[in-house]
Ligand binder design. Structure first.
Ligand code: GLU
Length: 510
């Protein structure tokens, strides 16, 4: 019987969710949606020492912001949660029985070696590994009688449970991206599966037990987990769960922009771009790391950008909505090689989404920025602000950059850019502007066409030169040699304000 596709995103709450983790979540989500399956969110918090308060809430908020919807698990209405709890720290009792099962079947054993004893062994034996070649020299239930083991435990001694890996056996992992990966079991150590000190399993055991009980069909995760996959295969086998073992897909690493090494959490603000979806305030260190949301990215742009970091479709299409990604995504077009984190491309995506965005929405986003700069947006008709952002958005990647581009629409120049003046404000400019003023003052039809028909013949007749007059005119209106087409500016400013600015400019620069 074909099983329903079920995938999970299983982060550890050890800080802000790295952008690579977001991509893992996204690929899981796309795969689930494409196959009519379920997307689970499980929190892997068995390493209590690395727990960071607020990290779980951060993960939930980040996925929500990006519209990566979770069907089951943490952050979801509990009536849908039939396989919980989904926080590993709440599943202790469940793990106990599986630790016992492995001990009873001889696939695991109890070990009492203290950290000091292990350290000593490492000093004695070069490249020491706790495995078939060394385990019989250690203090564990394989080298002690049952009574001795019991006595140690009864006396309160701490212990761990280790997986008993049979040596010299080829372990095959079939990876949907990498194909067949074969590893000899002799290089795998007898991994700790459970620690009595905190009464918690380690990642490996909890992960396998949960994936099994939660009926996960596909494990899609970062490449850093590939070395653990053979061990996981052996664990499935030891439990007798080979038949329902999930299929694996290990995603390529995200690399630093120069391709040298893995993109780390520390790279972001060091290299000048966010590596986290949302701004993160680390309560432990008091540091703040920037986030895509607070940097002004649209979630759709971040999704599109991340989707193409490691996956590409057949053609050269680059702009994908979430629905298009769901339709087109496929694991076999995920590359094996690491994906360079091209941050400039991220900005390019935001630019594209800004161009496609309804000007009404952009205007709403721009209004708080106007207020910050002391502009009262209420004195402008809504359409004016929409028109202005529509005119200027082509020049920016983010709404936050719009002010710089279009402040002159809202605030008359109070100073005039030195460089522009030097180059474009000629000796005759005040005279030209006086004449222009006289023409403008008599003009009632303020349309671009009418103004053009009024001004151009006058310039031609006087042989002033279009560039010379229009550049000076622009300086009057903008305060610098920049901005959109001049008739776009006069259109927004209107007759009165245009005239006022020209008069003011002459007064100051005559
Ligand atoms: N908790 C692991 C992590 O933080 C999950 C790895 C897996 O998906 O198996 O990445």
């Amino acid at each position: 019987m074909k099983r329903k596709v079920r995938v999970r995103f299983a982060p550890s709450p050890t800080g802000a969710l790295h952008i690579g983790g977001v991509r893992t979540a996204l690929y899981n989500y796309l795969f689930a949606r494409q196959n009519g399956g379920d997307m689970l969110l499980r929190i892997e918090d068995t390493d209590s020492a690395r727990f960071v308060p607020g990290a779980e809430e951060y993960i939930i908020e980040a996925l929500r912001w990006l519209h990566i919807e979770i069907d089951e698990g943490i952050g979801v209405d509990s009536s849908l949660n039939s396989h919980g709890p989904y926080r590993q720290s709440e599943r202790r009792d469940i793990y106990h029985q599986y630790v016992k099962q492995l001990l009873d079947s001889g696939n695991a054993y109890i070990a009492f070696d203290t950290p000091q004893e292990l350290e000593q062994k490492r000093n004695e034996i070069k490249n020491f590994q706790y495995d078939a070649s060394t385990r019989m020299q250690m203090r564990n239930s394989l080298t002690m009688t049952a009574q001795e083991v019991k006595n140690h435990i009864d006396s309160g001694e701490q212990y761990v449970v280790r997986f008993k890996v049979n040596p010299d056996e080829d372990v095959h992992v079939h990876d949907l991206i990498r194909g067949e990966v074969v590893i000899n079991s002799s290089i795998i150590d007898d991994k700790v599966l459970y620690k009595s000190a905190d009464d918690l399993p380690t990642y490996h055991l909890a992960n396998i037990v949960d994936d099994h009980l939660m009926e996960i069909t596909h494990v899609i995760r970062g490449e850093e987990w590939l070395p653990s996959a053979p061990l996981h295969v052996l664990l499935y086998r030891a439990f007798g769960w080979d038949d329902t073992m999930p299929q694996f897909a290990h995603l390529p690493l995200l690399l630093k922009p120069d391709g040298n090494g893995k993109l780390s959490k520390r790279d972001g603000d060091r290299l000048g771009f966010p590596v986290f979806p949302l701004e993160f305030h680390d309560q432990k260190t008091g540091t703040v790391s920037s986030g895509y949301r607070e940097s002004g990215y649209y979630p759709e742009a971040v999704i599109n950008f991340l989707a193409l970091l490691g996956w590409h479709a057949t053609g050269d299409k680059e702009i994908y909505s979430m629905q298009e990604l769901i339709n087109d995504f496929s694991l076999d077009r995920v590359s094996k090689a690491g994906a360079k984190f091209d941050f400039e491309k991220g900005k390019w995506f935001n630019h594209q989404y800004l161009q496609m965005r309804d000007n009404k929405l952009i205007a709403q986003e721009f209004i708080p920025i106007l207020k910050e700069h002391g502009v009262n947006p209420e004195i402008y008709p809504a359409e004016t602000i929409e028109h202005i952002v529509g005119l200027m958005k082509e020049r920016v990647n983010f709404v936050s950059e719009l002010w710089e581009q279009c402040n002159f629409f809202f605030v008359a120049p109070t100073e005039y850019d030195e460089k522009s003046m030097k180059k474009r404000w000629k000796e005759d400019s005040p005279k030209h502007m006086q004449e222009l003023l006289a023409l403008l003052k008599q003009q009632d039809d303020w349309s671009a066409e009418a103004l053009d028909n009024l001004i151009m013949p006058w310039i031609a007749e006087k042989e002033y030169g279009v560039g010379i007059v229009m550049n000076a005119f622009r300086i009057c209106l903008v305060g610098a040699a920049r901005g959109p087409h001049i008739w776009e500016i006069t259109d927004v400013l209107g007759k009165e304000e245009t005239i006022r600015r020209v008069e003011e400019c002459i007064r100051r620069n005559a």
